[in-house]
Design a protein around this ligand. Sequence first.
Ligand SMILES: *Cc1c(COP(=O)(O)O)cnc(C)c1O
Length: 468
Amino acid sequence: MPLHRGHEKPDEHPRSVNPFFGETNPVSDMVEAPPKHRLPDGPLPPTIAYELVHDELMLDGNSRLNLATFVTTWMEPQAGILMAECRDKNMIDKDEYPRTAELERRCVAMLADLWNAPDPAAAVGCSTTGSSEACMLAGMALKRRWAQRNADRYPGARPNLVMGINVQVCWDKFCNFWEVEPRLVPMEGDRFHLDPRAAAELCDENTIGVVGILGSTFDGSYEPIAELCAALDELQERTGLDVPVHVDGASGAMIAPFIDEDMVWDFRLPRVSSINTSGHKYGLVYPGVGWALWRSAAELPEELVFRVNYLGGDMPTFALNFSRPGAQVVAQYYTFLRLGREGYRAVQQTTRDVARGLAERISALGDFTLLTRGDQLPVFAFTTAPEVTSYDVFDVSRRMREHGWLLPAYTFPANREDLAVLRVVCRNGFTTDLSDLFVEDLSRLLPELRRQSHPLTRDKDRATSFHH
Ligand SMILES: *Cc1c(COP(=O)(O)O)cnc(C)c1O
């Protein structure tokens, strides 16, 4: 998303709004359209203001056809009602809204249990605006713990964080904003995420932690968290270095507990000190809510927790924001109650079934090679088969957009910059019926694409914003 700038062009000469928009009389209530790039001089009747904004937003995409985003685009009406009831509640105001604060606490307790904290009562956590904020908080805790352990050398020594090059952009932000050196394990061959041994080799006495991703935004694969912990156990035996792991479970921490129960990736691994997830991804809540949890209070330095009394009360908080909407946290609690474990299992299994089915059918078209199959996150990446030379993934993305589908195409990072892929993110609400329509649209395009003499999408039209 660009950083917004002011508008160079002044507002054009006066225009009138639709006469129908007037309060009563279409002729005498005729209103001049307000300027768009400076605050209008006077007020407008609410009906007119509403129509103007409403009409402009019609050109936003249809979110249900957006296969780029991980973020929830459908909730049931009751959730919408509850959220509307809570739209005035400020999450920070825990004294004014003690019940909202209590629902947040219960959500943390449920997640601590779901992620197998050895002592759920000892686990600590909080809601955030999303995984990005949760990752900032988790990273800050890692950095502060490292600084405490190395008080004799810090400042002076430069902290580093080890992770796969496939990390979501929030980790680049964390390293940039908090001045931590990113140490990135590159992709290699058919390995599109972190390699545990290579990660352990990058660690030294200034490593604040290693991030493992469940799962990767690039291709939906789970990183091998248990193997990563084992490699770090081995490192500790060899060198004495005790490096903690943070699991970025933005998507997978709300998938794996329900449909990959045999996989051990969470607080059952003693080396996992913190976990985050996006409530607004597979937590099934509208944006923006995320969660950050620490195994115990020992993993979250007390000095990072603030207590303020200016709103009355004295509730400890760990957050980057101060004021923040409470509705999403309420909606998360509602969804936990509404679905329970069995409900989440059914929803996530259905989404995975849709993803796997769609991946298979795309593979059967013959023009594409799958990198992943939708059997970890319900997400898969595919590219054109080696013999396809008349078109590329950017052409497919551009042409599918003509049918309303947002299907992102992008290149991979080092050492697979040669690889460009398309990615499909299946979410609750992307049904088998919709996936049938998707395959129909894609198959109908193929004969035309095959007749091209060469790929046609120019660099400037190449979509790259997939970092959801
Ligand atoms: C989406 C995502 C994030 C960022 O999450 P937001 O909730 O959008 O802030 C971080 N890490 C991973 C792995 C993600 O998929």
